[in-house]
Design a binder for this molecule. Structure first.
Ligand code: DGI
Ligand code: FE
Ligand code: FE
Length: 197
């Protein structure tokens, strides 16, 4: 059995059918984006497959996995249960699956919040999570178009969407989400200024 088949078999035991289909969809999308934008295709596929591995696990198990991985949560992270699966997922993949690659670790760790200074692989996974074939939200076609043109344009749109949604619900917004957004907006403004002179 190849590596991907082994991971798929494990995923099936850890998540719903719906989440399993999502994981396959994100792996496929991440592979395509990696090919298009020059990220490591194998790492992108593995990160895509495994990024939500802890998502359907009970919150207690997620917290325990985080603790076992030696990761300390900030107060904002403690208050935002939706973020735990990404942190626990990165820990699980390193600890239980023995995947030591720090790039895969970071891609999974930051797949929900993003951060500033993201690698190509991190951006690929972040965007793939928004544009995979199983996604159906309003505006997904526009996101898919953006993803074909520019990873950064798609990232900015995804972050804008998330920040808008979370603030509308009066939820916490992780500082990394704001850092990622500000960096991309500053980059765009700089490019506009540079091309004007
Ligand atoms: O796991 P997925 O559903 O595939 O997608 P995801 O990992 O991006 O998780 C999306 C959820 O995470 C969504 O309910 C909004 C929430 N989220 C995303 N960014 C932040 C966040 N929640 C908080 N509190 N802060 C964030 O910055
Ligand atoms: Fe996720
Ligand atoms: Fe996901």
């Amino acid at each position: 059995m190849d590596r991907y088949e082994e991971y798929k078999k494990l995923l099936k035991t850890m998540m719903s059918e719906y989440r399993y289909r999502h994981s396959l969809g994100v792996a496929d999308e991440a592979r395509k984006l990696a090919e298009r934008y020059g990220a490591d295709v194998e790492k992108a596929t593995v990160a895509g497959l495994l990024h939500d591995i802890m998502k359907d696990q009970p919150p207690k198990v997620q917290l325990q996995t985080i603790e076992d991985s030696g990761i300390i949560l900030t107060p904002v992270e403690q208050a935002s249960q939706k973020l735990w699966h990404a942190i626990a997922g990165a820990g699980y993949v390193r600890m239980k699956l023995g995947i030591r690659d720090p790039e895969i670790f970071d891609a999974i760790l930051y797949h929900t919040t993003g951060r500033d200074g993201m690698s190509r692989l991190e951006k690929v996974l972040y965007v793939a999570d928004y544009t995979s074939c199983d996604r159906q939200y309003e505006g997904v076609e526009h996101m898919r178009e953006l993803a074909k043109i520019s990873l950064e344009d798609a990232m900015r749109e995804g972050l804008r969407f998330t920040i808008q949604e979370l603030s509308g619900l009066e939820r916490t917004i992780h500082p990394n989400t704001i850092f990622a957004y500000n960096e991309l907006v500053c980059d765009k403004l700089r490019q506009q200024r540079d091309s004007a002179v």
